[in-house]
Every structure is written in C-alpha cells, then in structure tokens.
Ligand binder design. Structure first.
Ligand code: HEC
Length: 85
C-alpha cells in the first residue's frame, strides 16, 4: 500500500513538473520558438525533442542570437522541450 502511494506521489510530482515546464515555456520561450517549440518568430527551426542537457545549457548560457533566459525552473523547461514530439 505504501509503495503504491509512493509511486502515485512520484507520478503526481513528475506530472506537475511537466506542467510547470509547459507553462514556463509558454511564458518565456513561445514568443520566439512557437507553440510547443515547433518554430516561431525568432527561430524557425523546431527545438522539439532536443536533448535535455543541451536545452538546459542554451537556457542558462544562451546561444548565438539567443540570450540566456533567467528562470527558476530551467530544468523543468528543458525536460518539457526534450519530451516534445
Ligand atoms: C527573444 C527570442 C528567444 C527567446 C525568448 C528564447 N529563444 Fe531560444 N533561440 C532563439 C534564437 C534566435 C535561437 C538561435 C540562436 C542561434 O543559433 O543563433 C535560439 C536557439 C535555441 C535553442 C537551440 C536550437 C538549435 O537547434 O540550435 C534552444 C534549445 C532554445 N533556443 C531553447 C529556448 C528555450 C527553452 C527558451 C525559453 C526558456 C528560449 N529558447 C527562449 C530565440 C529565443
């Protein structure tokens, strides 16, 4: 029983992290990268499914014309982007 409860809790937290990543993406990345990272005003290419570590690096350090983005849940956003299909 405890095990099932723990599993359910872990799953619930994972889902929340995912949802937060999506919300932050919509607020901080979507204007340049489009809905779900499919391509947008500033970057035409898709960033869907890119490696989590690479996305995190770009968020924190920037890349080319993209400046670093200061957000608390960069890890959740990186996870969200890498999970997009
Ligand atoms: C002001 C517009 C802007 C915002 C906001 C922005 N980006 Fe970018 N992003 C760019 C541009 C432009 C590039 C291309 C940089 C280059 O290579 O010159 C880029 C590149 C990237 C890349 C690398 C793509 C590749 O194939 O090389 C990733 C990953 C990425 N952005 C993720 C994000 C995430 C996640 C966020 C939100 C936290 C975000 N970006 C916010 C404009 C933006």
């Amino acid at each position: 029983m405890t095990r099932i409860l723990t599993a359910a809790l872990v799953l619930a937290f994972a889902t929340v992290a995912q949802a937060d990543g999506a919300a932050t993406f919509a607020a901080k990345c979507k204007m340049c990268h489009g809905a779900e990272g499919a391509g947008g005003a500033m970057f035409k290419g898709s960033i869907k499914g890119k490696k989590e570590a690479d996305v995190l690096k770009v968020i924190n350090e920037g890349k080319g014309k993209m400046k670093p983005v200061k957000i608390d849940d960069a890890a959740a956003v990186a996870k969200y982007v890498s999970s997009l299909k």
